[in-house]
Design a protein around this ligand. Sequence first.
Ligand SMILES: *[C@@H]1O[C@H](CO)[C@@H](O)[C@H](O)[C@H]1NC(C)=O
Ligand SMILES: *[C@@H]1O[C@H](CO)[C@@H](O)[C@H](O)[C@H]1NC(C)=O
Ligand SMILES: *[C@@H]1O[C@H](CO)[C@@H](O)[C@H](O)[C@H]1NC(C)=O
Ligand SMILES: *[C@@H]1O[C@H](CO)[C@@H](O)[C@H](O)[C@H]1NC(C)=O
Ligand SMILES: *[C@@H]1O[C@H](CO)[C@@H](O)[C@H](O)[C@H]1NC(C)=O
Ligand SMILES: *[C@@H]1O[C@H](CO)[C@@H](O)[C@H](O)[C@H]1NC(C)=O
Ligand SMILES: *[C@@H]1O[C@H](CO)[C@@H](O)[C@H](O)[C@H]1NC(C)=O
Length: 375
Amino acid sequence: MGCSWLLILGLIQIVAHSLEIQGSGEEPIPVIAHNVTGVLEEDVYLSCEYQGSAQINKAEWKRRISSSKFKRLAGFSNGELFSRGDFSKPDSSTNLTVRMKVSSVEAEGEYICEFQEEEENPFGSVFVTVIAKPDIRIEVNSETINDTHYQLVSCSAVGGRPMPQIIWLVGDRPPSDFPFTVNESKTLHSNGTSTLISTLRFPTHLQDEESVICVVKHETLPNPKSTTANVETYARPNVTIKAEMVQQGGHDSWVVSCISSGGRPDTEISLALNGNNEVERESSANSDMKSLSVRLPVIEYEGHNITCVFKHPKFLYAESQRINLPTFYLSGIQFRSEVGSNSNEFLELQEGDSNIVISLEVTGNVPRYSIICKK
Ligand SMILES: *[C@@H]1O[C@H](CO)[C@@H](O)[C@H](O)[C@H]1NC(C)=O
Ligand SMILES: *[C@@H]1O[C@H](CO)[C@@H](O)[C@H](O)[C@H]1NC(C)=O
Ligand SMILES: *[C@@H]1O[C@H](CO)[C@@H](O)[C@H](O)[C@H]1NC(C)=O
Ligand SMILES: *[C@@H]1O[C@H](CO)[C@@H](O)[C@H](O)[C@H]1NC(C)=O
Ligand SMILES: *[C@@H]1O[C@H](CO)[C@@H](O)[C@H](O)[C@H]1NC(C)=O
Ligand SMILES: *[C@@H]1O[C@H](CO)[C@@H](O)[C@H](O)[C@H]1NC(C)=O
Ligand SMILES: *[C@@H]1O[C@H](CO)[C@@H](O)[C@H](O)[C@H]1NC(C)=O
């Protein structure tokens, strides 16, 4: 074709190849074109304008498909504007600005715009860079290894070009090393895009934030895109042991209860009686509280220690609480009266005494007693 013009035009930098060779710098800039970046599936404008004054007979956009072959895409020929495929018709024979749909990554590359005037074939070149917006997905999975529950939050940026970047935020901060691990896997697709999957993993009991945030940074996103995933958290339970005395059919019993409240997940409770008696255990649970209790005859269990053992992921070690059931004793009974002598054993009344108030003082820790008076 005998092109005598080779121009690579930046925003400011303009190089006119033939002018350089000829050592002349006075001729006007004939063609202006700029490199562009196009987003996959979107439109991009390729602009190329002839700035000279000569008559243009033919003008076209073309792409090199081999060392000697070009593919014509859009332009002006035989007095008419033409276009094909993903291109729109240009404005005029001197303004080859066209709209191109970026339908695949193959659109990336060099495009040449060339004008034919009487003497010269001035041309420009535009490099199109294709980028693709990734699809962002997030999902939470869990696994239990050696009794430890882990959560895995996977953030995927699918079909991005170039490869996106993923960072995590836990409580507005990037997760520190422990107890978090981050694993990335990258896949290159045949369509020229790639997928990045970043997986944040942590043991549930060591992490207290209710959500984690995946931040994707990519050329196609004006601002980094944040996606939030809600994660499961554990709550430390309040645990306690208590003993209450109840009466049933004239017999006194202790009801000893191991109580866990506000824990998540459920606390594992066991109750140990020292002695190997088999006792019926009763458990109850509602959304916030879980308990395990036993009913023990007071007399039989005097002085016994009862232990509750609570196991929960939030406890480093099983937590135990013990209660000592009291030994009851009645250490003394004392008569008190305004007459006669006070004695521990008896009260002697004289003939003719009347309106005498007798009081009995009992010392000890028995929960209740009955008194029988005989004359
Ligand atoms: C246009 O892009 C090509 C390929 O990346 C590069 O060689 C050239 O210098 C760029 N031109 C301008 C003006 O930036
Ligand atoms: C060239 O054509 C484009 C698209 O129609 C237009 O936006 C632009 O202003 C034109 N340039 C000139 C110098 O007319
Ligand atoms: C699970 O426990 C076993 C025995 O304690 C140990 O050999 C193994 O390495 C543990 N596995 C993991 C994944 O920690
Ligand atoms: C490219 O291929 C990947 C994997 O098959 C797919 O997820 C993605 O949507 C494709 N992108 C385009 C633009 O076709
Ligand atoms: C990261 O993921 C790969 C593939 O799933 C796995 O083989 C590797 O063990 C993981 N690394 C960590 C530190 O979890
Ligand atoms: C545990 O008990 C404390 C003090 O009694 C109370 O402030 C706290 O809210 C309780 N926590 C739960 C989870 O019930
Ligand atoms: C109960 O615990 C107390 C305090 O540790 C201990 O002195 C006592 O011997 C225990 N009683 C029984 C019956 O084991």
